[in-house]
Design a protein around this ligand. Structure first.
Ligand SMILES: Cc1ncc(COP(=O)(O)O)c(C=O)c1O
Length: 404
């Protein structure tokens, strides 16, 4: 007998749950790529993506995952020998800096550890020390998916402005876009990278690079931009023929999936999408904080104000992390995320850690079911834990529903 059969829930921080509406939109015969619906859909897709990024900057779309978007963004900004400042709040900033290094950039890394956001004082110091303005770009990850910390991007821009430093501000929103508040233009972000498989609820395969005019002027200084990653002409309003958006065959079915997801976000209302993420995150935190009162479970980020609304990283101690993950897969049909990069910067420390993804197509019953599955796992495995976690989570959902 197993209690795992039924619809499986992938509660990991991406790829996220794909709505039936997205999958159904993709389930179709090969569309005409020369003219008609698909070609006509493109300007609307680009406009809706920009609205979600809250920008009037350009948006280039790539057939790629997040690593591709990382490389695309950097390929238009750095030449060998250029210097970049990387603000590391977890594993993913290191990943992005590895791409920068592979393109020949010199990376100065400020490591804030695994439990803290960007400390602006250290950024100010690093920028002040760069008197000849060699740093071409400051690279930050809004929500590092390994630690689940969220950094203050608006404050980072203020810090750069106060230092009078001309570097580009480049931000990875791969985990946070359409889950946590992000305002590209208002916050003065020059380049933003994202991907489709998290808040946008589409199967992995599309990477996005948003870039403003300042960033495009920097592109002029790059000695050699590789053909595929060039953000021109993809980024410019109406490249015209579909292949020009993608430098080749378009990701036809992904575009239908993306159209459906953007429609869903539009129908719910973008602010409501963000509110839903914030409320469900609070329900999850309430449960984990309660379990953590008695036993080894601990939220990686102590301060609620610094936690992402898309992903939550947990510490539980080895071997409990792996045991709990194995238990919920085998007995409840729920896959929790592995711990990532928690032991050493380049290590996949999993045993004592796990993560919960709550991005995209997620509602109260999914979150409450996932938390109940963890509750059952803690009991079955004899892992000590505080009592009342489910009550705490459902109270958050009840209060939010009442206030509508
Ligand atoms: C914040 C962040 N940046 C970059 C990536 C890399 O994206 P991908 O795995 O699609 O290459 C991820 C993936 O989880 C991520 O969470």
């Amino acid at each position: 007998m197993t209690l795992a059969n039924g619809r499986h829930y992938l509660a990991i921080p991406g790829p996220s749950v794909m709505p039936d509406r997205v999958l159904n939109a993709m389930h179709r015969a090969a569309p005409n790529i020369y003219e008609g619906e698909l070609v006509e859909m493109m300007p609307g897709i680009v406009a809706d993506l920009k609205a979600i990024a809250r920008t009037t900057a350009q948006c280039a779309i790539y057939i790629s995952n997040g690593h591709g978007a990382w490389e695309a963004a950097l390929s238009n900004v750095v030449s060998p020998g250029d210097r970049v400042l990387v603000l590391a709040t977890g594993r993913f900033a290191y990943g992005w800096s590895e791409v920068a290094s592979s393109l020949g950039a010199e990376c100065d890394i400020i490591d804030y550890g695994k439990r803290a956001p960007i400390d602006m004082a250290q950024v100010a110091e690093a920028l002040a020390a760069d008197t000849d303005h060699r740093i071409k770009a400051v690279m930050a990850v809004q929500v590092d998916t390994s630690t689940s910390v969220r950094s203050d991007i608006a404050a980072l821009r203020t810090t750069m402005d106060d230092a009078g430093h001309p570097a580009l501000l480049m931000v990875d929103c791969i985990a946070s876009l359409a889950c946590d508040d992000f305002r590209m233009d208002e916050w003065g972000v020059d380049v933003m990278v994202a991907a489709c498989q998290k808040g946008l609820m589409v199967p992995p395969g599309l990477g996005f690079v948003f870039f403003n005019d300042k960033a495009d002027r920097v592109r002029e200084t790059v000695k050699r931009v590789s053909h595929y990653w060039d953000w021109r002409p993809r980024g410019f309003e109406e490249p015209g023929a579909l292949w020009r958006y993608f430098d080749g065959t378009a990701p036809t079915h992904h575009l239908y999936g993306l159209r459906a997801s953007l429609d869903m976000i539009g129908e719910e209302g973008f602010e409501n999408v963000l509110d839903r993420h914030a409320t469900l995150a609070r329900a999850i935190w309430a449960a984990f904080e309660t379990w953590g009162r008695d036993g080894p479970l601990e939220l990686n980020i102590k301060d609620r104000a610094l936690r992402s609304h898309a992903v939550t990283s947990l510490r539980i101690g080895a071997p409990y992390g792996d045991q709990l993950r194995d238990w919920t897969i085998a007995n409840a049909g729920v896959t929790l995320g592995i711990g990532l990069g928690m032991v050493e910067a380049n290590d996949r420390g999993t045993a004592g850690f796990f993560r919960v993804g709550h991005m995209g197509h997620v509602n109260a019953h999914m979150v409450l079911g996932m938390l109940s599955s963890i509750d059952a796992g803690l009991k079955a495995l004899g892992i000590p834990h505080g009592k009342g976690a489910l009550d705490a989570a459902s109270t958050v959902c009840a209060a939010a529903a009442k206030s509508r």
